[in-house]
Design a protein around this ligand. Structure first.
Ligand SMILES: [Fe+2]
Ligand SMILES: [Fe+2]
Length: 381
């Protein structure tokens, strides 16, 4: 016997039920009428009759994004033991200790939790001062983008339909929060002044946050996260930056989110072909061109050809935009040709002996593991 039943007055209970049913009819009827007249009504797109958000369960989205995010969830305390994060569970800490106990002495010395001062010494040993400044310029550009990714993904929560899609976006919000605070601590460990946003990036990020409805998916998940993913892909094999492989894995899931969502809830034909929406999408993309040009000194400092990088990013953006149905003012082939011409004209004007190159076929992602992750999303890398 788990519950000891208490007496109650059945007539009072019946009266309460009658009042509730009458009030329910009045409140829901009124909200329904306001809703049909587009004057407000119920705020939540929630269907309590079916215990589901409007749009249905969408278990595919839940499995591909919510379940997978939790399955691949990583903790800063485990990956960056020198940081100030204490986010590991007791079980994870016990496992870390057990793993260290089972190691040989040399392995243990290698894995030993290094202090913040030791990590900073490692960065000083591995990189010259100008390489450190270049890494900080590039990573902080992504770090500022993580702040916007956090805001944009949170704004998408009421925008998407279905229980599965809301669960998926909730995981992105959590991951962007982690990316922002963890990347900030990693960037600050370089002990180099952190630059503010360059205006070109400011324009892309603000346009994405201000975009209408699902176009925020285009600005953030397709364009900005492809840039971020590509930067993580080219730096993840460098000393002290190994954690970026996990950022890369998270971002790859985020770039795939619009395609998976729009498969179930496609853009309306008007949203796709509307000339103003198409122009606004292109306006989000265009500042990326001067942005790459402005980052040329830092990318070159690290031995990265800026336009190989830009070409590989733009190719991936076009692939995802096509797949998700985010139409642009012209076809992806003619835009690719246009970007290629801009990059080559810039190189002809600023470099001696430049020979025309198809930058759109370049690939700058390093490492077999990160390349395999990208192959799964873009089908090319
Ligand atoms: Fe992120
Ligand atoms: Fe992301």
């Amino acid at each position: 016997m788990h519950f000891a039943k208490l007496p109650h007055n059945p007539r009072a209970a019946h009266a309460n039920q009658v009042v509730e049913e009458a009030t329910n009819r009045a409140v829901r009827g009124w909200d329904g009428l306001l809703g049909r007249l587009h004057l407000g009504g119920r705020a939540a797109e929630y269907d309590d009759l079916h215990y589901e958000f409007i749009g249905g369960p969408s278990d595919t989205m839940r499995k591909k994004h919510y379940d997978k995010s939790l399955h691949l969830l990583w903790k800063a305390e485990q990956m960056l033991p020198w940081s100030t994060f204490h986010d590991a569970t007791d079980d994870e800490r016990a496992l870390m200790t057990m793993a260290e106990t089972a190691m040989r002495d040399d392995e243990r010395a290698q894995r030993q939790r290094i202090s913040s001062a030791e990590f900073r010494a490692l960065l000083d040993r591995e990189y010259t001062p100008s390489q450190k400044r270049a890494i900080v310029a590039i990573l902080s550009a992504i770090g500022h983008g993580e702040a916007y990714a956090w805001l944009v993904s949170a704004s998408m929560l009421p925008e998407v339909k279905s229980t599965g899609a809301k669960a998926a976006v909730t995981m992105q919000v959590m991951e962007e929060a982690k990316h922002f605070v963890v990347l900030r601590e990693l960037v600050q460990a370089f002990d180099v002044e952190v630059p503010r946003l360059r205006v070109w990036e400011y324009l892309i990020l603000e346009a994405s946050l201000k975009a209408k409805g699902l176009d925020r998916f285009f600005g953030m998940n397709v364009l900005i996260e492809t840039i971020a993913l590509s930067i993580f892909g080219l730096l993840a094999d460098k000393p002290g930056l190994e954690v970026l492989r996990l950022f890369h894995l998270d971002e790859s899931r985020h770039t795939a989110l619009p395609t998976n969502y729009l498969k179930e809830f496609p853009l309306s034909r008007w949203d796709r072909v509307n000339p103003i929406r198409r122009m606004r999408r292109l306006n989000m993309v265009l500042p990326a061109l001067p942005f790459v040009m402005s980052m040329e000194p830092e990318l070159c400092e690290l031995g990265i050809e800026p336009f190989d990088f830009a070409g590989s990013v733009m190719r991936k953006v076009m692939t995802l935009a096509d797949r998700a149905g985010f139409d642009l003012p012209s076809s992806s082939e003619s835009l690719a040709r246009f970007f290629n011409e801009v990059f080559n004209s810039y190189c002809r004007a600023t470099r001696t002996g430049h020979v025309w190159k198809d930058f759109m076929r370049a690939e700058t992602t390093r490492g077999a593991e990160t390349a395999a992750v990208e192959r799964g999303i873009f089908g090319t890398a």
